[in-house]
Design a protein around this ligand. Structure first.
Ligand code: SF4
Ligand code: SF4
Length: 209
């Protein structure tokens, strides 16, 4: 009876069904660490000078760099990574954007890096783009999070999660891109805030999110 084709077929069916059930089971393991939290967006004062824009920051970032961004009328966002020197960033005429990011409402879409190894594939003068955004009432500013140049938190999360990532990128109220977390679905592995180079994601020190 144990070797009958019908019994073996039933056994095989049960094994496949059990395997599929296990593969679809939600991730429930919790790590001993605390939940991540997102640091508030940077405050900055823009000083418009004849051939440059000086941006005075309220505080340094962990990486010593920050992104200057400007929204465009076509629904994209242009960004330029700049170093912070003496608490300020200077955008000069001829400083070209590093990337273009598709945005729609709060949603973040595909991005395109504008700088290839030895040339720019698209030349967008960041000073002009900021002045343009200012004239058209579009948002511009600074962004602590280095996305899409940096992707570490998403990579870290993907290395521990199976499918539904608690972390994603959204456009914040000031027009900057920042990470957001889906409450309740993070198993507290801590990789996002350990790997974040800019200090945007931090250890909340809390076991309740
Ligand atoms: S990397 Fe993902 S799973 Fe780990 S703490 Fe951050 S959001 Fe949670
Ligand atoms: S690791 Fe930090 S800087 Fe990099 S994308 Fe994530 S939040 Fe932004």
């Amino acid at each position: 009876m144990l070797r009958s084709p019908a019994f073996l077929a039933t056994l095989t069916f049960l094994a496949v069904a059990l395997g599929a059930r296990v593969a679809q089971a939600p991730w429930t393991e919790q790590f001993p660490g605390s939940y991540p939290r997102v640091h508030a967006p940077a405050d900055a004062r823009f000083e418009f000078l004849p051939d440059e824009i000086r941006i005075h920051l309220d505080e340094e970032t962990k990486s010593g760099r920050i992104i200057v961004f400007a929204h465009a009328a076509d629904g994209s966002l242009l960004g330029l990574l700049k170093p912070i020197v003496d608490g300020a960033v200077t955008v000069r005429r001829g400083d070209l954007a590093d990337y273009r990011l598709a945005v729609r409402g709060r949603d973040v879409g595909e991005h395109r890096l504008l700088k290839a190894m030895d040339r720019y594939v698209e030349r967008e003068d960041m000073l002009e783009r900021i002045l343009d955004a200012r004239a058209k009432g579009l948002r511009f500013g600074v962004q602590r999070c280095l996305y899409p140049i940096c992707n570490r938190c998403l990579d870290g999360c993907k290395s521990v999660m199976r499918g539904d990532f608690p972390i994603s990128m959204r456009v914040g109220e000031r027009g900057n891109v920042e990470p957001v977390f889906a409450k309740g679905s993070c198993p507290r592995c801590g990789k996002c805030f350990v790997w974040c180079p800019s200090g945007v994601i931090r250890d909340s020190g809390s076991l309740t999110n």
